[in-house]
Design a binder for this molecule. Structure first.
Ligand SMILES: Cc1ncc(COP(=O)(O)O)c(C=O)c1O
Length: 367
């Protein structure tokens, strides 16, 4: 069905960038630069500068960025890794695949790891904390860093949804041992297929991730240092991402403008929770605009009938998926979030007119 207000609009996204993107891709193809070439190195350098770290290593997804970060941190069987249950499953799967145990904790009102719960979740085996900066908002890294420094716990940031967001002026992905990013097509910086990156200030970690992504091989010597993986960020994707990265600051400003327009249009609607939280130390990039309502299914159907496309991230708690074999951590806040959240259209292509249609449709439902 064609929506009046699509959740995202990849055709319009491409149309606006076509000359630059076509040039980057055809130039890369014409040069025959397909694997581990200059375009990838350029993108990695620009990404590291953007995040505010020394190194960025491109990989084929945030899943692999997380997995490789955990391996580079020496995490494996017998270790506990604390993270939130309200996240995309890849965060937890990356922990499980190292052989470590995920310890799932509750999130606060802003959907991010609740620092008040952190101390209580630590065990003698806790080796790392994996905070997730959800929806384009960085966690309270001050409190998380304080706990981790006191106890010598490693931090790996899941910044899949937060490129360009900051806390105390520091970029998502620059606080921990590593930051892990996703360039899945509908991320604020999205490729034309899967992609991801690890950011770090640690040269040994950068080197290990660089080897792991290419079957463990040191390309200079031909030596295999590990049983690695096939997980490169493709050169042609890197060329396109490098073009898009130069637009990202304006796109984030646009997302913030759209978020503000939603806020103005919806703030007085009773029974609706909006994603505007304390701003004193945060610069939110609004990867998603997530609202809450107790009457979600009817509400969502109403928006669909008005031509407004929405998504739900995520309708049931992770542990309710039996195939994941996760223990029920009994997290009531996460459960009610799963029952109530709904994500409104939000992208660099969302227009003021789109917002006005959404706002009008929502007000109509609640009136
Ligand atoms: C919070 C979070 N972590 C991890 C991922 C995994 O990213 P990818 O699809 O690039 O593996 C995603 C993707 O949606 C995500 O939103």
């Amino acid at each position: 069905m064609a929506y009046r207000v699509p959740f995202v609009d990849p055709r319009e996204h491409y149309r606006r960038l076509k000359p630059e993107i076509d040039h980057a891709i055809t130039d890369t193809l014409a040069k025959g630069d397909l694997v581990l070439r200059q375009q990838l190195r350029d993108f990695e350098r620009h990404l590291a500068e953007f995040v505010g770290v020394k190194y960025a290593v491109g990989v084929n997804s945030c899943y692999h960025a997380l997995h490789f970060s955990l391996l580079a941190a020496g995490i494996g069987p017998g270790d506990d890794v604390v993270t939130v249950a309200h996240t995309f499953v890849a965060t937890v799967s990356a922990i499980v695949h190292t052989g470590a145990t995920p310890v799932l904790i509750e999130v606060g009102k802003d959907y991010n790891l609740d620092p008040d719960r952190l101390e209580g979740a630590l065990t003698p085996n806790t080796k790392a904390i994996l905070p997730v900066h959800l929806n384009g908002r960085v966690c309270d890294m001050d409190r998380i860093l304080t706990v981790c420094r006191q106890r010598g716990i490693i931090i790996i940031e899941d910044a899949a949804q937060a490129l360009g967001a900051t806390f105390d002026g520091k970029g998502a992905g620059s606080f921990g041992l590593t930051g892990c990013f996703s360039f899945y097509p509908f991320k604020a910086l999205g490729g034309f297929g899967d992609g991801g990156a690890v950011t770090t200030d640690d040269p040994d970690v950068a080197r290990m991730v660089t080897l792991l992504r290419f079957n463990g091989e040191d390309r200079e010597t031909g030596e295999y240092h590990y049983h690695g993986y096939t997980a490169l960020l493709d050169n042609v994707q890197a060329a396109a991402l490098d073009v898009k990265l130069s637009h990202l600051p304006q796109w984030i400003e646009h997302r913030r403008h759209i978020a503000e327009r939603y806020r103005k249009g919806l703030q007085d609607v009773p029974g609706l929770g909006l994603p505007h939280f304390s701003e004193a130390r945060h610069f939110d990039s609004f990867q998603n605009y997530v609202i809450r309502t107790k009457n979600r299914e009817q509400f969502r159907q109403h928006l669909k009938d008005r031509g407004v496309e929405t998504l739900v991230h995520w309708p049931k708690p992770m542990w309710a998926h039996k195939g994941l074999s996760l223990k029920d951590p009994e997290l009531p806040a996460t459960e009610s979030i799963c029952r109530e959240v709904i994500s409104l259209p939000m992208s660099a292509e969302t227009t003021e007119e789109h917002v006005d249609i959404v706002v009008e449709s929502i007000r109509e439902f609640f009136s």
